[in-house]
Design a protein around this ligand. Structure first.
Ligand code: GAL
Length: 421
């Protein structure tokens, strides 16, 4: 039997500004790329800032009905008191083009990068800096007038962990105390944005949910996995409604707020082992070894995890979107298999009564994969970084077929799918 998705279901793709636009010269990443603190430079990236029309045209012709992208704060405010009208207009043009092509936009306000001037003032580490965020959100409300779905932050705990715990990413600060303070301030920033935007927009937040598997059957490893799951996955979201954020060392009061939807990013699983150090999981996060083949990122493929993540995220009683799910590989047949198998589980979640409203494949096209640079190929569309030519892969068409018909046909399931879930 073919898997028939609801008529209004969104089948989209996802990107982020810094990873595709090119020449994002006013943010923290760009700065550290230039001084050699990051191994690769984003440079022109996919040159989407110039090729946006072609890209949207291509999306439409492939049959996708939704697109998640982020707007770049530092483009709109390259300096504290300087507003870039041209960037504002360009983003509006992008939104108009999407709408004209019946592609529903879901716009992220913050996807890892921040203006350099903001970071020089301490970024989200200092609560008084939220006034700058507030100004950006107000401007975004104007810019996104015709958009319905807005996500405030992308993967806040990844931002915290990479920037302030492992310090692999800007601003390269290694301080557990500061890390949880930043998390608490992100919650305040979300609440502030929710207050400004709610009513006019559906305002959500995007959380990635790695599945925490115990390293063994031992009770203490199981306990450690549950702890890691709470600390990394749920305490942040819980705090939106409870007003209490449970960090690793202490609890923080944050405003009680709300979210109109939860975006779930799902890629893979982690393996958790007991340790007396409460943060060892963060420093030692080990990728779980649950599939024979590993992606270009070294990640296992674990399709059942998308179902587990959705089930757990449904505890908030809010509509859910898979805002990212994807695979970095040069083997496009594997990408097709990946998509079909994960969609089988998304379908199962819907069948179980979960309110899942959309799926966004990461990514529309190959792009700048942060510290990993341009090597990992996540795209449905291949990008030639010399000529910026776009070449849709077979997976782009297969996914387009699913998006257009809103169903996964038997032949596809037979060839690529899991025979039992
Ligand atoms: C997510 C992130 C994206 C993309 C993806 C693939 O964590 O939001 O920007 O890089 O992972 O690694």
């Amino acid at each position: 039997m073919p898997l028939k998705f609801p008529e209004e279901f969104l089948f989209g793709t996802a990107t982020a500004a810094h990873q595709i636009e090119g020449d994002n010269k006013w943010n923290d990443w760009w700065y550290y790329e230039q001084i050699g603190k990051l191994p690769y430079k984003s440079g022109k990236a996919c040159n989407h800032w110039e090729f946006y029309k072609e890209d949207i045209q291509l999306m439409a012709s492939l049959g996708y009905n939704a697109y998640r992208f982020s707007i770049e704060w530092s483009r709109l405010f390259p300096e504290e008191n300087k507003f870039n009208e041209e960037a504002f207009n360009r983003y509006q043009e992008i939104i108009d083009l999407l709408l004209a092509n019946n592609i529903t936009p879901l716009v992220t306000l913050h996807h890892f990068t921040s203006p350099l001037w903001f970071m020089k003032k301490g970024g989200f580490l200092r609560e008084e800096n939220l006034k700058f965020w507030e100004k950006y959100v107000e401007k975004s409300a104007e810019l996104l007038e015709k958009v319905k779905l807005i996500a405030t932050f992308n993967e806040p705990m990844v931002y915290v962990m990479m920037g302030y715990l492992t310090a692999y990413w800007p601003p390269f600060i290694k301080s557990p105390l500061k890390a949880f303070k930043v998390a608490a301030n992100l919650l305040k920033a979300h609440a502030l944005a929710y207050e400004i935007l709610h009513g006019k927009f559906q305002v959500g937040i995007v959380k990635n949910v790695p599945i925490m598997l115990p390293a063994s059957d031992k009770e203490r490893d199981k306990k450690a996995a549950r702890k890691a799951d709470n600390l990394f996955n749920w305490y942040f979201l819980d705090a939106i409604w409870s007003g209490v954020y449970r960090g690793a060392f202490k609890a923080y009061r944050v405003p009680q707020s709300d979210a109109d939807f939860i975006g779930v990013n799902y890629y893979t699983a982690s393996e958790v082992r007991h340790s007396w150090n409460p943060l060892k999981f963060f420093f030692d996060a080990k990728l779980a070894d649950v599939s024979e083949r590993k992606t270009q990122m070294g990640w296992s493929v674990y399709p059942r995890g998308i179902y587990i993540a959705l089930k757990k995220a449904s505890k908030y009683g809010k509509p859910l979107y898979i805002t990212e799910n994807g695979i970095a590989t040069l083997d496009d047949e594997w990408r097709i298999e990946f998509i079909i198998q994960h969609l089988q589980y998304v379908y199962k979640a819907i069948e179980d009564g979960l309110d899942v409203r959309g799926y966004f494949y990461w990514s529309f096209m190959d792009n700048y994969e942060w510290r990993e640079g341009f090597e990992p190929r996540f795209g449905l569309v291949e990008v030639d970084y010399e000529t910026f030519e776009r070449r849709p892969r077979k997976s782009a068409y297969i996914y387009g077929g699913i998006a257009k018909s809103k169903e996964i046909k038997d032949e596809l399931i037979e060839k690529y799918g899991l025979s039992s879930l």
